[in-house]
Design a protein around this ligand. Sequence first.
Ligand code: NDP
Length: 322
Amino acid sequence: MLAIRIHETGGAEKLRAEDIPVPSPRAGEIRFRVEAVGVNFIDTYHRSGLYKVELPHTLGQEAAGVVTAVGAGVTELRPGDRVATARANGAYAAETTVPAALAVRVPDSVSSALAAAVLLQGMTAHYLAGDTFPLKAGDTALVHAGAGGVGLLLIQIAKSRGARIIATVGNEEKAALARDAGADAVCLYTRENFAEAARAFSNGRGVDVAYDSVGRDTFEGTLNSLRPRGMFVSYGNASGPVPPFAPLVLSQKGSLFFTRPTLAHYTQTPAELNARAGELFDWMSSGRLRVRIGATYPLSAAAEAHRALEGRATTGKVLLIP
Ligand code: NDP
């Protein structure tokens, strides 16, 4: 079967289309035929070496499709079931495996493309807005990269909780998308000072929470956007990781809270995973949450998808179709 693998870390040119054997599910695992693959920034980190993986490595964690085999001890899923996961053992492939406990059933109302488009970034937006800083009516939030995969979903979920949102984006087209998702204000942070915009947005006080997926380039400005005792949620590194800093800076900027969360710790049990995914699927079915698939590539063009994502040329979700 076709799989996209790396034998060494580096740029997008390291991705290789290879013919490898169809994997057998081990005990507790399922195998599924991949109908759609979700491309995520983390895939580029595995490829570049920012996050370590064992080599050779089949890229990809997020996919949806149809179960083709189950390993010993799996009773909750069977061949023919439609599933999705954000933790596949190599999703950039015609078929992949995953522990059954890390897969969710996809309801008939949600296509495999939309399931693969929403799961990882949607569950991220879900925990960021609902648990890391449980937004309530009237809270003010800064959302960086507001037209991105997590960004568009986070704006919608934050808005539905009654928060007021200022989003940052790289260009006018992205500004329109962020507004359409519900942002009350948008700042083109490539041209304007977003910390000043965030302070103006919150009547000079600073926002209650800042969701920062950009990392290195926005760290300083995000610190300056928050109100005293506000919460800095650093959940990504699209521009590079945040360099080490002294905790004292949090005191100087207003006794801030700082957290660096990751999805695995917010989907620790099958119950938590299924609750988050189930709520997202319900919201999609009822029209409360819109999922934007910004681009779709054939699996064999995965390198192109990586270049687009890293080059800030994408909006919403990027999918690969085997
Ligand atoms: P996006 O779709 O948001 O793409 C990244 C966006 O970041 C770009 O489109 C761009 O938007 C902005 N950006 C700003 N500076 C740069 C730069 N120098 N290079 C590239 N992009 C830049 O990606 P995702 O929604 O998939 O993920 C965003 C981040 O969140 C990633 O770091 C990812 O790893 C992380 N993440 C973390 C999770 C967690 O649980 N902690 C889970 C999911 C994602 P613009 O042009 O508008 O500036």
